[in-house]
Ligand binder design. Structure first.
Ligand code: CA
Length: 245
């Protein structure tokens, strides 16, 4: 059924509720779905467990002995370790919804008692799907940090920096964009028109010779001998090419 939950390390859910029947029921069904379940019968224990080893999701009843669910949620949100752990609130009163979902507490979802177990499982799955999407997006962002490297030139797209022989190279915005485009297409000839179109804002009137000027500056900064460039080659009458990797 829920292959995603079983595929990787099982997701851990903390169930916080003082009614033992409900805890038993939820534990049974969540474990059947492949989740790992921990439970706490009061708010104090819940917070200890959560801070000690942050769960992947918390199911939290409002009516609890000691510290109530609203306060537990508030404390989870204000601790760095648990600030982003999804919280599904259980409430006996619909009137509490605004408070639960509002900015004050920021729970991710809620269910009004009495609720069906199927419905709760569906909500939990949906919350994990959203969590996975967020995690995938975060991974994709990290993936973009792939650096471009050729010989002794290294370009860091995310940091907007270039190093030559390990030394930081002060490039202008245009020079950086030109170099990035050339490196991304290494081995291919890029025409002056294409470079102009990609690097310069086309509302601005620029001559194709402008490209030559910036390439000259760029060579002075990255080439050992700008008169005999190794990295950025001129393809006469056409444009420029970054040396093939
Ligand atoms: Ca309760």
């Amino acid at each position: 059924m829920n292959k995603k939950a079983n595929k990787k390390v099982p997701r851990r859910i903390l169930v916080v509720e003082d009614e033992e029947d409900i805890v038993g029921l939820l534990t049974f069904h969540l474990e059947k779905e492949g989740y790992q379940v921990q439970s706490a019968f009061d708010g104090t224990v819940a917070l200890q467990l959560a801070f000690n080893n942050p769960p992947d999701l918390v199911i939290l009843d409002i009516m609890l002995p000691e510290v109530d669910g609203l306060e537990v949620c508030r404390r989870l949100r204000s601790n760095k370790l648990t600030a982003f752990v999804p919280v599904l609130m259980l409430s006996a009163r619909k009137e509490e919804l605004d408070k639960i979902l509002g900015l004050e507490l920021g729970a991710d979802d809620y269910m009004v008692k009495p609720f069906g177990v199927r419905e709760l499982i569906a909500r939990v799955r949906a919350m994990f799907r959203r969590l996975e999407q967020k995690e995938e997006a975060a991974n994709a962002e990290q993936g973009e940090e792939t650096i471009l490297q050729f010989g002794e030139i290294v370009l860091y797209p995310d940091r907007y920096q270039v190093t030559v022989k390990g030394e930081l190279c002060g490039l202008t915005h245009i020079e950086f964009l030109l170099l990035q485009l050339l490196m991304l297409n290494s081995g291919k000839v890029l025409t002056r028109e294409l470079l102009l179109d990609k690097v310069w804002d086309y509302e601005v009137e620029v001559d194709t010779r402008t490209v030559d000027v910036h390439i000259r500056y760029l060579r002075q900064k990255i080439e050992d001998d700008p008169a005999n460039p190794v990295y950025i080659e001129t393809v006469r009458g056409v444009g420029y090419r970054f040396a093939r990797r």
